[in-house]
Design a binder for this molecule. Sequence first.
Ligand code: NAD
Ligand code: MG
Length: 384
Amino acid sequence: MKKRIAVFGSTGSIGTQALNVIAANPEIFTAEILTAQNNDELLIKQALQFNPNVVVIGDERKYNKVKGALANTDTKVFAGEQALEETAAMDCYDMMLAAIVGFAGLRPTLQALESGKAVALANKETLVVAGDIVMKKAVEKRVPVIPVDSEHSAIFQCLVGETRNKIEKVVLTASGGPFLGKKPNYLVNVKRDHALQHPNWSMGAKVSIDSATLMNKGLEMIEAKWLFNLQPSQVQVLIHPQSIIHSMVQFEDGSIKAQMGLPDMKLPIQYAMSFPQRIKNNFPRYDFRKPGQLTFEEPDVKTFRNLSLAVDALFKGGNLPCVLNAANEISVFAFLRNRIGFLDMTEVIERTMQHVSFIENPSLDEYFDSDGEARNFAASLIKL
Ligand code: NAD
Ligand code: MG
């Protein structure tokens, strides 16, 4: 039986790489659902190639164009935000690859879990915002949430065969991004195009900016807490500029397991989709005999203060990670449009975290309210 994959966010960096994996393994996978927000052209092209059961275009103004282009196929076409959730509830797939970016991925992913579907999770914001509710739902429905984020995939791989063994801590590695070693007097002037240049990975715009500010690693600390049921103090970050060790787990006896390889998101994507099997491929291999060093250093949290803000949110919990995430999404959006500077992003997030009232144990509705309130407040600071 082929595994039927629903690629939510199929036109993005993760989504297109997932479709490459599916295309390379037609005897193992089929793509049954494809969704995109704006990129109708690519969505149509993908639909003609993969012949999915359903496609969803987020922007409703593009419905007619997509519908027309697929008129001679069996593919059903839907549009709009609501259609994402409805499609996630359909029977025609086995596993959701959750590759929408940001808060928008939360509802469809929750719906997939509610419908008893396995989730391969790239959308880390889902766990940052409502990790308690999402993981509880997965346990209740007895379905796996398998990480796609490379660090979490590494930890997940290190934990195979260790179900009864306690974790002492996990070490999330970070490349440090394009501004590793830089100080605030430099960062104050950096522009969007420079910040988008990541040394080791080619990714979507939002996660690239998050990598440059180190917010990405903060979001990943929160993601790790929920995925692996850890205390905040068990999650540590280490700068490793070469991105060969993707992360590590230290067990109670002091033994450390690391997962390594060349940086290529197709590996964690493929692993999440085929788990527990591994699929043979001919991607380039890391070669220890070649000259080169693997180096490690502490993150500079005084310069990259977004990471400190995320650590605060991690330790305080409640709705604070949700607020942090919302303010960050607004800030990154504004930075990408050259509306605010690189360091202003931290300022907006910090002030928003101080402004929105703390809720210790939010309901799902309260998470949505906190998200909305944080977005409005952050936007008012920027005057978008
Ligand atoms: P991207 O911007 O390249 O793609 C995002 C996808 O989501 C697109 O298909 C887009 O159409 C869709 N989308 C955007 N806004 C939407 C909305 N409001 N409603 C519905 N769909 C929407 O992003 P990406 O880099 O592929 O990242 C996707 C997720 O994976 C993010 O959460 C990111 O943090 C995570 N991730 C990405 C990488 C990477 O290498 N790109 C690595 C680790 C984790
Ligand atoms: Mg990552």
